[in-house]
Design a protein around this ligand. Sequence first.
Ligand code: TYM
Length: 331
Amino acid sequence: METVVSGIRSTGRLHLGNYFGALKNFITMQQENRCYFFIADYHALTTHPDPKALSASVRSVLAEYLACGIDPNTATIYRQSDLVETFELYLALNMQAYLGELMKTTSFKDKARKQPENVNAGLLTYPVLMAADILIHKAHKVPVGKDQEQHLEMTRTFARRFNHFHGMDVFPEPVAYNFGKQLVKVPGLDGSGKMGKSEGENNAIYLADAPEVTRKKIMRALTDQGPTEPNSKPPVFIQNLFTLLGLVSTPDVVKHYKKTYADCSIRYGDLKKQLAEDTLAFIAPIRERIVDIENDTALINRVLKDGAEKARESSSKTLQEVRDLWGFKPF
Ligand code: TYM
């Protein structure tokens, strides 16, 4: 049985990008593997969130994990800040992570540009903490979207470096869960890049959004006058709508709209209405469960407590090995 580690930052709520990038195959994933799902609350600190908002987000992300069908009796679900072993491994890995490679990371350069007033060391070493999250359980596979590909590559580098230094195969070199195929990039509604929490309120479709909010966001998505030449290539923002349709609608529906685009008879209003209704049908059962679970404080506390205990069985073993290899043991 292989080990899978998956993390979501607690900076707001889960959107369709998170779902299709990291959670989509979780039912088979959790049945076929030893799964650790965690909420990355320490990673969220890089942007100095309000503690109340951070705590509310941990609660909602946990409720959303459970509402998506992650089963705490099968998988291990925990909060990153509860597993302190991760932070010791992070510190140890930092000694073999080099300034040059960290400064070249795309996510660091992006964030440094976006928040020039707060370019902190946590931001720089974000990939090292992510590597610690993964390596603490000796994971083989990590379900991630395209935006995390570079971080996963760095995790392999850190694992290889550690193994090589100590002359032992301590850590497997983890690969993406959906290795072999392209990693997923769910586009946002604003026509530019990926769906994301920091790309503006109207860019992302959240699992917990009320139906009228989802409808409004989709109906407002960027479109143009429509194709004038048969069989022309759609601009990126139209292609994005087809991509979203491909995620929530049936192949027949996608085929129909592609055909009407190709013969220039497409009506974007119809396409958006269809996208909105299919998105809602997809989200509805999850959304209903989110509300119930989020209000169940006893359940939430129990899941976090049990999860931390289960996660510790694996993390304490790994940390002991790492400490021994560095020579931190009794004389
Ligand atoms: P976060 O919260 O930004 O994203 C969580 C997961 O959702 C995926 N994702 C997407 N996939 C496809 N299209 C999108 N538009 C999209 N937006 C988000 C991300 O690729 C990610 O898989 N660094 C991680 C959190 C983390 C982690 C880990 C993940 C910390 N430690 C260890 C795995 C293993 C992140 O950025 O989360």
